[in-house]
Design a protein around this ligand. Structure first.
Ligand SMILES: [Fe+2]
Length: 171
């Protein structure tokens, strides 16, 4: 049985994961519209990851204190000037999610809910990896630039990255 405080913050976090999934879907659309299918694939995969987090938390709450609250999602942002702005938005998204995940872990510890804390551990570590990876991508975009020729190469790099990740999962 979860404490009210832990259950409340987990419910809130499940909504944040669902919002993130939708945010990434909107970014995939932005890229498709600009003929950047490799980057769109990266965002589709990110949307799947966030949806998996959403489901994982919902199932955890249902297992330990059903029913989980299933809130409506926020309308995601879909207007950006260029790819760098897109990835600066992704940074904000991921960094805010790190703060939210850390807040969940903090509430778990304050409530001496060590089992839920342990459940959140994978989320904490994944956020750290996400932040590093987004920083690297921002560095790549800043280095290569936002002109058409650069975007062509950046898109190719993303395609390679997504293919490699998919091959890794299948192996
Ligand atoms: Fe997530």
């Amino acid at each position: 049985m979860l404490s009210n405080e832990v259950s409340e913050i987990l419910n809130k976090q499940s909504g944040i994961e669902a919002d993130a999934s939708h945010a990434y879907l909107a970014l995939a659309g932005w890229c498709e519209e600009r003929n950047l299918p490799g980057i769109a694939e990266y965002f589709y995969a990110a949307a799947e990851d966030e949806r998996a987090h959403f489901l994982e938390i919902i199932k955890y709450i249902n297992k330990h204190q059903a029913p989980a609250r299933v809130d409506g999602v926020k309308q995601p942002r879909a207007t950006f000037t260029n790819l760098l702005e897109v990835f600066q938005y992704v940074w904000d998204l991921e960094h805010n999610n790190t703060l939210n995940i850390n807040a969940v872990a903090d509430v778990c510890l304050k409530n001496k809910d060590f089992a839920t804390y342990k459940f959140m551990e994978a989320f904490v570590l994944e956020q750290q990896e996400s932040e590093t990876s987004v920083q690297e991508l921002i560095h790549m975009i800043k280095t290569l630039g936002n002109d058409d020729k650069s975007l062509y190469y950046i898109n190719k790099n993303f395609k390679k990255m997504v293919d490699k990740a998919a091959a890794g999962t299948e192996a």
